[in-house]
Design a protein around this ligand. Structure first.
Ligand SMILES: [Zn+2]
Length: 371
């Protein structure tokens, strides 16, 4: 048997109204002047105003792009230094929360960002000498607030680069479902299906990890039960709480691994501009069908959570229920580009833990099946 590491160390302060604790939590960590990191669209919302009012001494960096770049990180670091900041608050979805992680890294680590690339074992160069970081999520999807990785596009290679280290885990995830109530419906459904896919792929991924498996099953069930409900009743705080918890459970569970859905989804975002969670939602049913020959028992476990039947069909139903069009062609993807997407997907690391091995031809066939 191979050796396994089990590690669940993120501190989470969770519940409606938790954001009110922000000043106290910063003071507790000795932070007098935080850098508040967010993106331009969130900076125009009442959620941003509410948080900014709680930290009047904060400097603001709101330039994070939807797919964060090295330039965003360096601009954030410059703002941190010129404002004499002593800690970081990340506010938003996965992009600002990831960018904030990388800004936090770069204020104490001098080497170029590319040298911390996980593919080069860059995590070994990341020490615990980092300023305090409180992560405040405004979506229920990526779970970046509890995870130990950041994804940033490096300028020299124009490649989405994963930086991974236990030291990158936020000092605190401050998780307040009230902040997710105002999300536009297509963001609620897309991010919700991302959380769902994290739980489902983690459960199916290769490897021995019964702790993650249990979390993944419970997380998938929470999404199944609550996502349709928040689409109908966006202000329901109990359902919003369950979605926020499910997204954190997904991110905790996928330290076990993900699968082919994520490898197929990544090029759809970088080359076709599709939303990450929406891409996952469209691809998940065809990958479940593909995995059936090697993971029948685990697929039955999932189907049981959804009230029985064929799990791929049940996921198609969930997509319909939350208003996600089922085919890639519905999202403006051109058929001619599929071979190029398959070339990229095979280079993505996520499918290596898919229960059934995938060749480039398999990945292309999956794109065609979802087309
Ligand atoms: Zn994802």
């Amino acid at each position: 048997m191979t050796l396994s590491t089990f590690s669940f160390p993120t501190t989470i302060l969770f519940g409606a109204g938790a954001i009110g604790e922000l000043p106290k939590q910063l003071a507790k960590r000795g932070v007098l002047r935080p850098l508040l990191v967010t993106d331009a669209s969130l900076a125009r919302t009442s959620v941003f105003e509410r948080v900014a009012e709680l930290v009047p001494a904060a400097a603001v960096y709101s330039g994070v792009e939807p797919n964060p770049t090295e330039r965003n990180v360096l601009d954030g670091v410059a703002r941190y230094r010129e404002s004499n900041c002593d800690g970081i608050v990340g506010l938003g979805g996965g992009s600002p929360l990831d960018a904030a992680k990388a800004i936090r890294l770069k204020v104490t680590h001098e080497a170029p960002l590319a040298e911390y690339d996980d593919l080069l074992d860059g995590g070994n160069r990341i020490s615990a000498n980092l300023p305090p970081y409180i992560a405040v999520a405004t979506t229920s999807g990526t779970g970046s607030e509890v995870s130990r990785s950041a994804v940033v596009t490096i300028e020299a290679t124009n490649r989405k680069t994963v930086i991974f280290s236990p030291n990158l885990i936020p000092s605190l995830a401050l998780s307040d479902p009230e902040l997710t109530v105002g999300m536009p419906p297509h963001i609620t459904s897309g991010t919700g299906m991302d959380a769902f896919t994290h739980n489902v792929e983690a459960y199916l991924s290769k490897g021995y990890h019964p702790v993650c498996d249990a979390i993944a099953l419970a997380g998938a069930k929470l999404v199944w039960q609550n996502l349709p409900h928040v689409m109908d009743a966006p202000g329901d705080l109990d359902a919003r709480s369950n979605m926020m918890m499910a997204s954190m459970m997904g991110a905790i569970a996928f330290q076990k691994g993900l699968g082919a859905v994520h490898s197929l989804a990544h090029p759809l975002s970088s080359d076709c501009g599709m939303h990450h969670g929406t891409s996952n939602a469209v691809l998940l049913p065809v990958v479940l069908d593909f995995n059936r020959s090697v993971a029948a028992e685990r697929l039955d476990d999932l189907a049981a959570l959804f009230g029985g039947g064929d799990p791929a069909e049940r996921v198609r139903e969930l997509n319909r229920r939350v208003g996600i069009a089922p085919r890639l062609r519905d999202w403006g993807v051109k058929e001619e580009i599929l071979p190029k997407l398959a070339d990229k997907a095979i280079l993505d690391g996520c499918h290596q833990l898919n229960p059934r091995p995938c060749s480039r031809e398999d990945l292309l066939a999956l794109y065609r099946a979802a087309y």
